[in-house]
Ligand binder design. Structure first.
Ligand code: PLZ
Length: 445
């Protein structure tokens, strides 16, 4: 666990100016003039350095990171092993294109993913650059293997911003609005979302499963469906943990119908939920699994890992891309995975859960605007009962002003989500939770 300093940065909050400070505001004026306004900014404090769980801005403020760049820096920012591996790789070579002249690190990342992902069947992996690209490729592979075209996705799902992944993503604003027409053959089914299930959480899993099978059978036809794609905890949708048993039944049903199960672990993967992958908690073994984000400690890398016979059904040359599995990103991934193993970051995520859940439950008990506290490991959230962004936005803004990086989520924008780096020290975690308490107090009482 990171205590004291990390990458030379003391692991505590320091506020020297208001947030954002004067130099950040200057940079932000340049951003507004130069960068397309469609690219938003959650907290316009411009970063100069980061290490462990601290982000340092241009005004020399030290912010506590409860976002990890959206579940990416699980090993901490500029994790020492990642920094060393990237430096060494950049010295040796930066790019050849794996499809032209290959190198060992790509193969080694594939071997590690084949071993770490759920299921002890034979697997193969292909590497890409972003989560959306991995999802696109998982769908390509599933279609090719099955000879079927339809894909089924869930309410509240998020799978990316490219054309096919926009079609898979559920929420219109901001992801899809006026960006259509979208890719065809994508069908949507209800998610077993206990907190907002109309007849209550007790009936949620059964009714959602009935609705899922009925929709697929009646509206799509099971034998037209190549794949069902699901996040084992829905990320952007609001850290929705599916009702117990729901995903297991979906997985069993898919297997019986010859439908492939693609589990999107892009946000949940790499120790985030207290295990290597959240599928394990659900007792499901994906046919194909997509990973990205936490895989490489901040360098862009993504993967599709799956059953060997499915992955190898694609003709030679059918998968690839110029940068997929770039050697610098692969070096970072091997170092990030080593870090997770050496420092038992799955155990760290479980410890973060026990510290944070107690504090979040206390907030829920104190403020009746809170509807539910939920999540797993270091992927925890507070959903406000009112399905509007007002309270989550106001609490998050209060955190930002006082030096804590927090993110919101949810179909209704009413979820505060917490994704601290898994190396965060206890002191920093508690300091962050104290700031959160004060923000709740300021906004809600
Ligand atoms: N699948 C489950 O969480 C990315 C999106 C941020 P990329 N989530 C963060 C934003 O607003 O763009 C994500 C995810 C799941 C796929 C993706 C897409 O991954 O690397 O952003 O393409």
């Amino acid at each position: 666990m990171t205590t004291g300093t990390s990458q030379g940065i003391e692991q505590r909050r320091v506020l020297r100016t208001e947030i954002p400070g004067p130099r950040s505001r200057e940079l932000h004026a340049r951003k507004v003039a130069a960068v397309a306004s469609g690219v938003g900014t959650t907290l316009p404090a411009y970063v100069v350095r980061a290490g462990g769980g601290i982000v340092v801005d241009v005004d020399d403020n030290q912010l506590i990171d409860f976002g990890s760049g959206i579940a990416v820096t699980n090993v901490g920012n500029s994790a020492p092993r990642v920094v060393d591996a990237v430096r060494a790789q950049v010295d040796d070579f930066t790019h050849t294109c794996f499809m032209i002249t290959p190198y060992e690190s790509y193969v080694a990342v594939a071997e590690r993913l084949n071993e770490l992902t759920p299921g002890d069947h034979e697997k193969r992996t292909a590497l890409f650059n972003s989560g959306a690209e991995a999802v696109e490729n998982a769908v390509k592979i599933a279609r090719h293997h099955t000879g079927r075209s339809a894909v089924v996705a869930f309410d509240h799902a998020y799978h990316g911003r490219t054309n096919l992944t926009m079609a898979l993503t559920a929420k219109n604003m901001p992801y899809k609005h006026r960006f259509g027409p979208f890719a065809g053959e994508v069908h949507r089914v209800p998610m077993a979302y206990p907190y907002r299930w109309p007849s209550g959480s007790a009936t949620c899993a059964d009714e959602a499963f009935e609705a899922f099978t009925a929709t697929v059978r009646v509206q799509v036809g099971s034998d037209n469906v190549a794949a069902v794609i699901v996040e084992p905890i829905q990320g952007e949708g609001g850290f929705i943990v599916p009702a117990p048993g729901f995903l297991r039944r979906v997985a069993q049903w898919c297997a019986a119908e010859g439908i492939l199960l693609i589990v999107d672990e892009i946000q949940t993967g790499f120790c985030r939920t207290g295990d290597w992958f959240a599928s394990t908690h659900e007792g499901i073994v994906p046919d194909l699994i997509t990973t990205a984000k936490g895989i490489a400690g901040g360098l862009p890398l993504a993967a599709v890992t799956g059953r060997a016979e499915i992955m190898d059904s694609v003709h030679v040359g059918g998968l690839g891309g110029t940068y997929g599995g770039n050697p610098v990103a692969c070096a970072a991934a091997l170092a990030a995975i080593d870090t997770m193993q050496a420092e038992d970051l799955c155990g760290a995520a479980r410890r973060i859960e026990s510290t944070m859940l107690t504090r979040l439950a206390a907030l829920a008990a104190k403020f009746d605007q809170v509807g539910e506290v939920r999540g797993r490991g270091a992927m925890l959230a507070v959903e406000f009962a009112e399905p509007t962004p007002a309270l989550a936005g106001a609490v998050s803004a209060a955190c930002h002003r006082t030096g804590l990086i927090t993110l919101t989520a949810g179909t209704f924008g009413n979820v505060l989500r917490f994704l601290p780096p898994l190396v965060i020290g206890d002191d920093l975690l508690i300091e962050g939770l104290d700031i959160l308490d004060a923000a709740f107090q300021e906004v809600l009482s």
